[in-house]
Design a protein around this ligand. Structure first.
Ligand SMILES: [Zn+2]
Length: 394
């Protein structure tokens, strides 16, 4: 019997499924042969009818290997501005002056650097097992520690704990959060800021390219607050960020008391996900037909943004790598590399200079970068048609 990893209800339904996805879509494959040999895994999204939590019930953690070839960096001023927006918001709300900010799952520390920039009188401690090595920066104000989270890394009470884009990767999110909560409650109570991709946004925007193996969990406002409550956090406020793609949730760590009365239920959401799963193959076929039609009219097709969205999109739309002419990414480490399983080559924007000047369509994988991509094209003297991944002109 399948139990919801959050609320333990056995009432769940299968929804979105993929027979085979690369288990790490942000793994950098430097040869075509390596991309063909990429680890694959099955994706079966179960949705809990009680709390609305959604998870890949066939997820196998052993198929995920974060090593030096993993790279999910998105070099962009848009992302930099977004980090600044969150940092200013948090600094103002939680008065970070003189405080310690702990970032659990800090990646390469970019967000903490932005925060230390906004508040020059705070210190940052970033913890991430995928860091190359532990290091100190900013004259010792910023420490980045290569490690899983553990309570002995906390030597004093943090002013704020940040945990962004971590919970969607953790198969047992309640246990993981409880470990953090236990460490924090040793110092009393603490403000925390969580951020995850929002399942409601994915479904409402029919973003089939946002379901990936690396993300074993998919949260809504209801299921995220339920997950936090069960780990002893008290959710205080929530809102959407980054063009509504991400969900923010602010909470306070508290001593775990009795379990809550039970989830409020997300029945509308469950129905919505099930309906979406029934219909998405029609969406995928329609986009493929649209691209085929454009090609018969002599258009050339590029997709821009080969992080999660571009990789999954190219796999589902063009698994034989016969339709998409160019796959573009701004991350120099990915340029010259290959999309796992489908084998498209990933290139720098300048490759588009080889494309037909009049007949180029660029599919912008994340509309938040639309303006930046438009400007880059203009700089290169190109005037392509830009569309979003649903095929709508932007
Ligand atoms: Zn549940």
């Amino acid at each position: 019997m399948m139990q919801c990893p959050v609320c333990h209800s056995t009432a769940s339904r299968d929804s979105v499924w993929r027979d085979s996805l690369p288990t790490m879509q942000n793994y950098v494959h430097r040869t075509y042969e390596s991309s063909m040999a990429a680890f694959r895994g099955e994706f079966r999204l179960a949705v809990c009818q009680s709390c609305g939590f959604a998870w890949n019930r066939t997820f196998d953690r052993k198929k995920i290997l974060y090593d030096e070839n993993y790279d999910n960096a998105v070099p962009s001023t848009v992302m930099g501005m977004y980090y600044q927006e969150i940092s200013e918001y948090l600094n103002e709300k939680y008065n970070l002056h003189g405080g310690l900010i702990v970032d659990i799952g800090c990646g390469n520390g970019e967000f903490l650097r932005a925060l230390c920039d906004v508040q020059p009188d705070c210190r940052g401690l970033g913890i991430d097992p995928a860091l190359d090595h532990s290091k100190e920066e900013l004259d010792g104000r910023l420490a980045l520690v290569r490690s899983e989270f553990s309570s002995d890394l906390l030597m004093e009470q943090p002013t704020l704990v940040v945990c962004r884009h971590v919970l969607e990767h953790i198969p047992e999110p309640v246990a993981f959060l409880r470990c953090i909560n236990n460490a924090l409650t040793a110092y009393g109570s603490c403000h925390c800021f969580f951020e995850v991709p929002d399942l409601s946004w994915i479904v409402e925007n029919r973003a089939f390219w946002d379901f990936c193996y690396e993300h074993c969990n998919y949260f809504t406002s209801g299921s995220l607050s339920e997950t936090l409550r069960r780990a002893g956090f008290e959710p205080r406020a929530t809102r959407l960020g980054f063009g509504s793609q991400y969900r923010w949730m602010e909470a306070r760590s508290e001593q775990v008391k009795a379990l809550p009365w039970g989830p409020a239920g997300e029945h509308g959401l469950v129905d919505q996900v099930l309906r979406y799963a029934d219909d998405e193959s029609v969406d995928i076929a329609a986009i493929r037909d649209q691209i085929k039609q454009a090609k018969t009219e002599g258009q050339e097709i590029a997709i821009w943004g080969m992080a999660t969205k571009g990789v999954i999109f190219s796999l589902l739309i063009d698994p034989d790598a016969t339709l998409i002419d160019f796959c573009i990414d701004m991350n120099p480490n990915k340029q010259g590399c290959f999309v796992p399983i489908a084998g498209h080559s990933i290139e720098a924007p300048e490759v588009l200079l080889k494309a037909s000047k009049e007949k180029l369509i660029i599919i912008v994988m994340n509309e938040n970068y639309g303006e930046e991509i438009f400007r880059k094209c203009r700089e290169m003297g190109l005037d392509p048609i830009l569309v979003n991944a649903n095929g709508t002109p932007i």
